[in-house]
Design a binder for this molecule. Structure first.
Ligand code: NDP
Ligand code: 2IT
Length: 449
């Protein structure tokens, strides 16, 4: 195992987030490797950490002032042993090859947990949609797809949204794909409803995370009713996490964006959430504006010199990090413990640093890792693909029920796998082990390819 870390660190020394994601898996699967010498013999780990294919390309576009801009585009096709590559696209200035490799790697195990036939991939660009006009975003998406289209397909690789890629971007990307390929297929998920999208896809990641949290709390005979919840982020995942917590009569007192966070001690209600959705999705504004509208809310800007995030330093029952990677460090985790949090549920991908996870688990809090807890989004993407293939659309209740069943299954799969390998109650190890076994067994079946 140490050898694998040495290999990836020496090959790609600057890809810290990828090292972090791989290291966590390697730690979890030690007991599995001990019981399965055939995995070692097949050099399965060496193969698992090497993407099947990496595509990197120039994305030139013209801004509203007539200047030519150049961004870098990527698609990491990580593993196709259980299905076509599947995973989102991220448009954010922090995007690098290393960030996308960590996300693609996580996606492989997450997708395996969903029970649907999907391999793992991820892509994106260092393009920043913030502050850009709709026309600039469209020209960028068209240029991005002008290259990506030759690498993807409904049975090959099916991208979707992630940070900075929502319904608007998926529309522009799909339009260009259709034009270039001369085919109307389900090549992207997260499409709008009237041209192939699935009901509940926008809600799915957030709703799924809350269903997962409810399952975890259920093991303690608890529910979300009247639980005070800290949520970070204000995008797709955060909005629908908040919505489902409110539906289940929980109380949400925080949310954030990359500039700062809101603490609303009276909690959000559905009308405040509606305001937040319009603010972020239509006006593309900042969460700070919420405090100007609601006097019960306090806005705290990000302090770049602080060594902890004050959002996690409030008395509450549950925490839902839904913004981005590594947003809970060891100090934040200590604050969560101090503030009597019972359950941490990761809506985002890898939002908790390794030391933070250790502190949370060692102190007996429930901890739902992203690759299990946020798998609802890609699960409903899988259901969107099924509906596209059948050329029909299921009603809202049907998709939501399937989502609930999938999240319940993922929860029990994690517990069973953890139990089987002597890690009872540890959802991190359970998720990693269950996802790993499914993927590597498929790889073994298919030979050295
Ligand atoms: P959005 O772009 O809709 O929202 C992202 C939110 O996080 C925004 O509020 C954004 O603030 C904030 N944010 C982004 N980067 C940073 C940063 N570096 N520091 C602080 N805040 C930041 O993305 P999603 O809601 O879709 O994604 C959120 C997380 O959930 C990501 O980790 C993503 O990978 C994960 N995820 C998403 C799924 C999906 O279906 N969309 C599925 C599974 C996981 P600002 O407005 O300032 O940019
Ligand atoms: O991280 C994720 O699971 C996503 N961004 C969603 C991927 C998808 O294909 O729906």
């Amino acid at each position: 195992m140490l050898r694998i870390m040495e290999i990836i660190k020496s090959k790609d020394p600057d890809q810290q987030e990828f090292h972090q994601a791989v290291s966590e898996i390697l730690e979890s699967i030690k007991p599995v490797m001990d019981q399965h010498p055939e995995y070692r013999k097949a050099n399965i780990l060496e193969r698992l950490v090497e993407p099947e294919r990496v595509i990197m390309f120039r994305v030139p576009w013209v801004d509203d002032g007539g200047d030519v801009m150049v961004n870098r585009g990527f698609r990491i096709e990580m593993n196709s042993s259980i299905g076509p590559y599947k995973g989102g696209l991220r448009f954010h200035p922090s995007v690098t090859l290393g960030i996308l490799k960590f996300l693609a790697f996580e996606q492989v195990f997450k997708n395996a947990l969903t029970t649907l036939p999907m391999g793992g991939g991820k892509g994106g660009s260092d393009f920043d949609p913030k502050g850009k006009s709709d026309e600039e975003v469209m020209r960028f998406c068209q240029s991005f797809m002008a290259e990506l289209f030759r690498h993807i397909g409904a049975n090959t690789d099916i991208p979707a949204g992630d940070i900075g890629v929502g319904a608007r971007e998926i529309g522009f990307l799909f339009g260009m794909y259709k034009k270039l390929s001369n085919e109307f297929t389900g090549v992207l998920t997260g499409k709008s409803l009237n041209w192939g999208g699935s009901l509940i896809r926008p809600e799915a990641t957030g709703y799924g995370a809350v269903y997962f949290a409810a399952e975890m709390l259920g093991t303690l005979d608890q529910t979300l009713e009247e639980k005070i919840c800290l949520v970070s982020g204000a995008g797709n995942v955060a909005q629908y996490t908040i919505e489902k917590i409110l539906d289940l009569n929980g109380k949400v007192v925080t949310f954030s964006d990359s500039s700062g966070y809101i603490f609303d001690e009276y909690g959000l209600d559905h009308s405040k959430l509606e305001y937040l959705k319009i603010l972020k999705n239509i006006k593309r504004g900042r969460v700070e504006e919420y405090a100007a509208k609601y006097s019960s809310a306090i806005y705290t800007p990000v302090d770049p010199d602080a060594d902890f995030n004050p959002l996690w330093d409030h008395m509450a029952d549950c925490a839902f990090p839904c913004a981005t990677q590594n947003e809970i460090n060891a100090k934040d985790a200590q604050n969560l413990v101090k503030n009597k949090i019972m359950a941490v549920t990761e809506g985002a991908n890898m939002p908790t640093e390794p030391q933070g996870i250790e502190i949370i688990i060692d102190n007996g809090l429930l901890f739902g890792p992203g690759k299990a807890a946020n798998a609802g989004g890609v699960s409903v993407s899988g259901l969107e693909m099924s509906q596209n293939s059948m050329r029909l659309a299921w009603p809202r209740e049907e998709v939501d029920n399937r989502l609930k069943i999938i999240m319940k299954n993922i929860h029990s799969t994690c517990l069973e796998a953890a139990d089987q390998y002597g890690k009872s109650g540890n959802y991190v190890d359970g998720a990693n082990i269950a996802g790993f076994i499914k993927v590597v067994n498929a790889m073994l079946d298919q030979g050295v390819i």
